[in-house]
Design a protein around this ligand. Structure first.
Ligand SMILES: CC(C)(COP(=O)(O)OP(=O)(O)OC[C@H]1O[C@@H](n2cnc3c(N)ncnc32)[C@H](O)[C@@H]1OP(=O)(O)O)[C@@H](O)C(=O)NCCC(=O)NCCS
Length: 197
């Protein structure tokens, strides 16, 4: 499945978009996408995406056993970035932590859902058993709802765990999906099925 990139997807509004791996040369266009995010939103991301050295590290980590980094591209512009981060060693090697970011101008067209489906399928190809996604209650609650429909469960809440820029505390919700499927025995999510954009 990881070999099936690049591939074309069609957004809810009919726009055709290419999904492929992040690669060398993408550094500036990925930085540009994150510059288009509102500052308040960037604050809640797990990395400082305005730091070129972080973007460079993502581009240089070519080993999919540690990091799967997908981007959606439209006319040489990156409009979504989705990753699975995985520990290579020990008791956590079966867990993939996923993050999805969609350009504000391209949201609510099911692009985030497509990226989530692709990460899910990549996780199965890599033999992962657990997918974890961390969301901020109140700010990303719509994602809590839609990810539940894709089989994620709310397994823990870290109460008043994060701080916004004004110093207000926010709950962090840990969503988990336990993967059972393999490519020979598909999991319950099938791209192009109920979740077709
Ligand atoms: C979260 C995020 C990735 C969603 O991307 P997206 O492309 O807009 O997602 P989708 O269009 O696939 O929407 C998924 C569902 O959420 C709903 N939704 C999306 N944005 C919404 C909003 N602002 N308000 C209400 N519902 C919303 C959609 O209608 C859809 O519901 P449906 O499946 O019932 O149709 C995007 O908002 C983003 O990049 N946010 C900043 C980073 C972030 O919070 N990442 C999540 C943590 S990893």
């Amino acid at each position: 499945m990881l070999k099936s990139y690049p591939k074309e997807i069609i957004l809810k509004d009919g726009t055709g978009v290419t999904v492929r791996f992040l690669r060398e040369g993408d550094e500036e266009t990925l930085l540009e996408m994150y510059r288009r995010f509102p500052e308040e939103e960037r604050w809640f991301l797990e990395n400082d995406v305005q730091d070129p050295s972080i973007i460079k590290r993502w581009v240089e980590t070519a080993d999919v056993k540690r990091l799967v980094s997908l981007v959606a591209v439209l006319e040489n512009r990156i409009i979504a970035h989705a990753t699975i981060i995985r520990k290579y060693y020990g008791a956590r090697a079966h867990i993939g932590k996923i993050r999805i970011s969609v350009d504000p101008a391209f949201r609510e067209r099911h692009l985030g859902t497509w990226m989530l489906l692709d990460l899910h399928n990549a996780a199965i190809s890599l033999g992962l058993k657990i997918l974890e996604m961390r969301l901020v209650r109140g700010r990303q609650s719509h994602v809590v709802g839609s990810s539940k429909r894709l089989g994620f469960r709310e397994e823990a809440t870290l109460r008043e765990y994060l701080m916004d820029r004004a110093g207000n505390a926010h709950d962090l919700v840990i969503m988990v999906k336990r993967l059972r499927g393999t490519w020979e025995e598909p999991a319950e999510i099938i791209p192009g099925g109920e979740w077709e954009a």
